[in-house]
Write a protein that binds this ligand. Sequence first.
Ligand SMILES: Nc1ncnc2c1ncn2[C@@H]1O[C@H](COP(=O)(O)OP(=O)(O)O)[C@@H](O)[C@H]1O
Ligand SMILES: [Mg+2]
Length: 324
Amino acid sequence: MSGAVEATGLVKRYKEVTALDGLDLHVPEGTVLALLGPNGAGKTTAVSILATLLQPDAGSATVAGADLLASPAEVRRRIGLSGQFAAVDEHLTGFENLDMIGRLYHLGRAAARARARALLERFNLTAAADRPVKTYSGGMRRRLDLAGAIVAEPPVLFLDEPTTGLDPRGRTEMWGVIRALVGRGTTLLLTTQYLEEADQLADDIVVIDHGREIAHGTADELKARVGGERIEITVTSPDAVEPARLILDRFSDGRAQVARSRTVTAPISGGPGAFREVLAAIEEAAIAVYDVGLRRPTLDDVFLALTGHAAQPSEEAEPNGEAS
Ligand SMILES: Nc1ncnc2c1ncn2[C@@H]1O[C@H](COP(=O)(O)OP(=O)(O)O)[C@@H](O)[C@H]1O
Ligand SMILES: [Mg+2]
């Protein structure tokens, strides 16, 4: 029972859907655990249970030393939660939102104001402090929501998909803010659909699918299981998929896979030299190629390698600039 979060055998069922199917989680104090999985994997369900918003059908947990089932109010006092959809009040300013939360936590008028100002500064929102939140960008809303979650300085923080829907700049800013928080000793459990995000922020990663752990390790360990860098070839004709796959098999010890209808991927070691050899082989076989590239592994690659099937396609995983 040493961790800030210790969960054993969490189960949650919704009629025929088993959202969580016996999930164990262990987050040592002061560390970051990423729960990585595609849409529908059970991430929000897990976070909601640990934050006392949902009752599990089975399993038990302690959070920040308090028992989830026996002392939910105590758990609530010791955690912060920032959800997938920012819970700030549109009509209030950024300052008013944080000031209100501070008063709800009985910080006292002067302390609540000071805390709001300090958080706005820390989260790079001072210039927008006195504007209504409805004028904020998606990234600014997510940062304000996160600021609201830490007004009471909880030792354990849950962030549910903190960057989904943000553009690349908003995502990078959010990563900076999260890193700074963790640097102050907060224990963090975050969920994400991006292997890269887990890689950037987490000490430890649990990959889940259908409410169950399918892999567990550091980002480097997971990437090693996927085989490091990937070569990805998209051919112009469906007939060319199998010949392209056979060529990639040759360069990857039989680890080539068809990722999408006309796209074949394989882990490749040997850098640019190996890359050129593959291109030469493709050219020699007169395979017409639409696109070819080298890229770092994604959650999709982890899924292909671990389960033999791609992660379910997800609209939400597409960065679209603004979260609503
Ligand atoms: N209130 C609900 N009623 C019925 N099914 C639900 C409900 N909430 C979640 N589910 C189902 O449980 C599974 C896990 O959902 P969720 O935890 O939201 O996944 P994630 O956050 O990883 O996208 C999904 O199949 C989802 O459709
Ligand atoms: Mg979710």
